[in-house]
Every structure is written in structure tokens, then in C-alpha cells.
Ligand binder design. Sequence first.
Ligand code: G3H
Ligand code: 13P
Ligand code: ZN
Length: 332
Amino acid sequence: MTSYTELGLVNTKKLFEKAVSGGYAIPAYNFNNMEQIQAIIQACVETKSPVILQVSSGARKYANQHILKNMAKGVVEYAHELGYDIPIVLHLDHGDSFELCKDCIETGFSSVMIDGSHLPYDENVALTRKVVDFAHSQKDYVTVEGELGVLAGVEDDVSAEHSHYTQPEEVIDFVGKTKVDSLAISIGTSHGRAKFKPEQCTRDANGILIPPPLRFDILEEIEKKIPGFPIVLHGSSSVPIEYVHMIEKYGGKLTDSVGIPEEQLRKAAKSAVCKINIDSDGRLAMTAIVRKILVEKPEEFDPRKILGPARDELKKLYMHKNQNVLGSAGRA
Ligand code: G3H
Ligand code: 13P
Ligand code: ZN
């Protein structure tokens, strides 16, 4: 049993309070390996941004929980060595059972998401409340994110064909009964690099897909019901077209890619949305550079010369998000 404070981590409580009142969002970046976590920390230290390091259950299987825990501990020391101590949260992304959340809490996670969004409402409430009771009764308070409404696309083992927007009428009851610390909502974002079907989009003069706007009207309704309560947006990659083109130029095939425009995320970050989840954009950046190097330098076989430049590109991407999209730069 390890408490997150022993690892030098923090929970999301104060970070979210400050983000909601300050009109910005904390980046929640997923990681599975060393290069990703290094890039996240370098970018967040350099931009003086707080950060949430997210681990999905797939990532946990891929990397091993003991390794992940010690990576988180390691990057707290790494940030210090880089010259600036930023608040770092280790968060379980899309936890699907009480046992998984408990396990993560006992290994040193400072925050967990219990995703009961695909369950009938009462079952979602009961499961979420069970996780909250356990998390909040720890010696060091662990924060919990719940979800209401379903995002289209794949959430680990849970996948949905269509999104079901969050119903504003339900949020007061859900937050009151579960005692969650933050609430993920569905207002039109979705997971992955193809967030909308082409028939849901229009096209610009160059044939690039333009997605339908997020449902800010639903977000406003929710904010009226639970003023100042921390809201989370999943599925918030922008799917930069430059990376898609680079990947395709060097042999990849990513048909009909489309993400959430940065302008809309900027707008969301100014509201009670205080955590914005980004995974796919990092995958695209890494893949684009890896493909480019493998094609342009066929003699290269040192992984450091392939993954090192990919890590540099990732850092650039995260710095851009913190500074120009989420507004988290300078808030650590
Ligand atoms: O929401 C899903 C995240 O992008 C994690 O994806 O389950 O493939 O690790 P993953
Ligand atoms: P993206 O697929 O848009 O990056 O979303 C990631 C996410 O929501 C992780 O929980
Ligand atoms: Zn998600």
C-alpha cells in the first residue's frame, strides 16, 4: 500500500478550484511509455503548467502498475531537477470497476475515474458512490471523476456507436448522490482520431472535414445547475491535419480523420471545464515523426534516434496546448 503523497503527487482538488475560478483547464495527457511521460513533464515544467498524467486500463496492462507508479515518482524528481516543481496528478482514466479503482488507489494514484456512463443511471450512481466512499476515506484524500452521458467511439473496452449527450436535469442528483469531485460530460466530443462521420461534417475548399460544433448550450445548462462544479471533457484531441498528412505521406492511412477545433477547446477551457483529456494527438505526433525517420533514414536502427525526435515533437505539441489552447501555462 502506497499513498500518493509518498510519491510526491497531489490530488485534483485545489488544481480544479483554481482552474475553474481562473478560467483555464488542466491538461490530462495519457501516457504508456517513457518517451511520452518525459515529453509531458518537459513541456509542463517549461510552461510552468500543472499536469494530470493519465493511465488507462490498457496502458496499465501494457506498462505494468509497478513500473507506472515508479515512473510517476521518477518524474516528480525529474521536474525538480529540471528546475521547477509543478503539481503532478497520477490519474486512472476510464476505470471500469471498483476493484480496479481500489487497486490503483492502493498503488499510489492520487485520482481515479470510475466510468459508469454506459450503465443504467441508478447503477452508475451506486458504483460511483462506492468508489468515492473508498477514495475519500483514505488517509490522503483521493479525488474521483464520474461520468454522465456517453461519448461515441471507444473508451477502452466500452464502445458506443452514438453519443448520448449528458442530460442537464440529471447532474444535480448525480453529483449530490455520488459526492464525486468532478464530472465528465458528453457534449459532442468523442475518442480517437475520427471523431465524426464524414456525413456529420462539412468540407472546406481543400476538402478538409469541418466538424459540427460542440453543444455549448448543454454545457451552459449544466453550469447553471451546478455552478462552479469541476467539469471534464474527454475526447478532446484536435487531430492536427499536418500530422495526418505527414503520416499519410510516409505510408500511413488515416482516412476521414477529424478532431475538435482548438477554438472550441479554448472556449470550453474558459468555462467550468477544468480538465481536458488528450491522447490521440500525442499518438499522431509520435507516429508522424517515427514514420518520417524510418522512411528518410532507412539505415537508422538505434531506437533513440527514432523515438528521441518523436519525443521532441510531443513536447512541442504539449507546450502549444498549454500555452495556446488550455491556458494552463504559468499556472503552476
Ligand atoms: O479514452 C481512451 C484513451 O485514449 C486511452 O486509450 O485505452 O487505448 O489506452 P487506450
Ligand atoms: P482523444 O482520443 O480525443 O485524445 O481523447 C482522450 C481521452 O478522452 C482519454 O480519456
Ligand atoms: Zn476518455
